[in-house]
Design a protein around this ligand. Structure first.
Ligand SMILES: Nc1ncnc2c1ncn2[C@@H]1O[C@H](COP(=O)(O)OP(=O)(O)OP(=O)(O)O)[C@@H](O)[C@H]1O
Ligand SMILES: [Mg+2]
Length: 451
């Protein structure tokens, strides 16, 4: 298929450079120097892809992107700029840009990027049901009925198909790993592998050879050449879990492969080029780590292009009922038994509990309940002791999470958990805990909690 590309840039040298790249690739190339001209061109020509400078005179690149997507959502749109900043990259991707490239470092790669976008476009046309399938893929994997999760899923749908690096934040058990899988499933990289690496579980030296591979004889024990995970993920997605745990040395190595999309095997001299979408996850506070110098700022910005914060379960209690039903169904499917039900009192108790282990803990609790319940109805008697006790400790509370009357240690623990679950945002934490901001401040001082 012969695609036509429209270049929008005020700089003549950029026009010339891109034109020569694209013509070599066999594309039809048109060029204009402003957003207004671009819109006229689009209304009179069949354009498949627009590649536009961000800082245009008059209408800027993002405004043009929005207008183009409104006119014709199927036109692919790539933004180029001198300096990539996180907010503008996020805005671009949220508005449907396919990629966002730096003029200074990535222009050489531009034809690779354009080729891969256009071949994805072809795939999208082939799988016309792609969009209709999106919701069923999501539903198969996770429950997201609460408004906070619905917002997140909207963002996930928008960014899944792009190449943007995604950083998943969330406490343990909030669904970071499932989200990485969904992002891969919703992308056009689905036919290529999703490779997962838990950075915290692998010692530094091993991590280097795991990610980048090695040549025979590179170190004692390297008896044969072995490809790294970056190579194995070529064309697909690489999920780096617990990214906050990597050493300064590995941070440098990772930065290079993210910037240049190339690396060498340990002990090797041949440069290997890869096209990999990187997704990372952490439950650490990376901003604090950047501040105290344990995580490189440049790497942080590379990884944090689209940050997605997964809320803790106690911040989305509306989801508990649906999750319980989901896990009850799952358990009965596995055992082939009739579906277990849950009494209203037992469900209320689950809703009131604070779920420090989030959805994983809920999943385990339901699995256990199904096993220990003799009949088909889970009642209070079948719930684990810690969940029953939780209410006892807060027995004088009218609302769950209000701080009044709860014992000091529980109070302190609850504050710490809530704060970490709301990115250390005091206003949000206070809201969740049901106290004023000032009260929460006083308590932070009283319990010597550092925020
Ligand atoms: N919204 C959801 N609906 C249904 N199941 C979910 C949902 N979110 C998570 N789960 C399930 O909960 C469990 C924990 O999820 P996952 O492993 O993705 O969490 P995580 O954030 O990666 O945790 P950790 O930080 O410990 O690695 C998994 O079994 C997953 O299938
Ligand atoms: Mg995980």
């Amino acid at each position: 298929m012969k695609y036509s590309i429209l270049i929008v840039d005020s700089d003549e040298t950029i026009h010339k450079f891109l034109r020569s790249c694209f013509i070599q690739d066999g594309f039809i190339v048109l060029s204009v120097s402003s957003g207004e001209e671009a819109l006229m061109m689009i209304s009179s020509h069949q354009i498949d892809l627009v590649i536009s400078e961000l800082q245009l005179t008059g209408m800027n690149g993002i405004e043009l992107l929005k207008k183009v997507k409104k006119l014709s959502p199927s036109i692919e749109f790539v933004l180029i700029t001198e300096h990539i900043t996180t907010p503008s990259a996020i805005e671009a991707l949220r508005n449907g840009a396919s990629d966002y490239l730096s003029k200074l470092t990535e222009l050489e790669d531009v034809s690779n990027s354009i080729r891969s976008i256009l071949s994805n476009k072809e795939k999208k046309i082939k799988y016309k049901s792609f969009n209709e399938d999106t919701d069923s893929i999501i539903e198969n994997y996770l429950i997201s009925k609460s408004s906070s999760m619905m917002k997140i899923m909207d963002l996930v749908k928008q960014v899944a198909a792009s190449k943007a690096t995604i950083m998943l934040y969330g406490e343990t058990g909030t669904g970071k790993s499932v989200m990485a899988e969904i992002l891969h499933k919703l992308s056009t990289r689905i036919k290529k592998p999703l490779i997962k690496v838990n950075c915290a579980a692998i010692p530094e030296q091993l991590l280097e050879s795991e990610l980048f591979g090695y040549e025979k004889g590179a170190f004692t024990g390297a008896v044969a050449t072995k490809p790294g995970r970056f190579e194995l993920a070529n064309g697909g997605t690489l999920f780096l879990d617990e990214i906050g745990d990597i050493s300064p040395f590995m941070q440098v190595k990772l930065l290079r492969v993210l910037q240049e999309k190339e690396f060498e095997h340990l002990g090797g001299i041949k440069t290997i080029k890869v096209d990999v979408r990187v997704i990372t996850a952490t439950n650490k506070n990376l901003v604090a780590m950047v501040k105290n110098g344990t995580f490189r700022e440049d790497l942080y910005y590379r990884l944090n292009v689209v940050p997605i914060n997964l809320p803790s379960l106690r911040e989305r209690k509306e989801d508990i009922k649906a999750l319980v039903n989901h896990f009850l169904l799952q358990n009965s499917k596995q055992s082939g038994d009739e579906i277990c039900n849950i009494s209203k009192e037992a469900l209320d108790k689950l809703i009131k509990y604070s779920w420090p282990g989030n959805i994983r803990e809920l999943e385990n609790v339901i699995e256990r309940c199904v096993v220990v319940t003799p009949g088909n109805l889970i009642t209070l008697d079948n719930l684990p002791q810690n969940i029953l006790n939780f209410k006892l400790k807060l027995s004088n509370d009218i609302h769950l999470n209000t701080l009044t009357n709860s014992k000091e240690s529980i109070e302190k623990e609850e504050i710490i958990k809530t704060l970490s679950g709301s990115d250390n945002n005091i206003t949000r934490a206070a809201e969740i805990l049901g106290v004023s901001r000032r009260t929460l401040h006083r308590k932070l001082i009283k319990y010597k909690i550092q925020n």
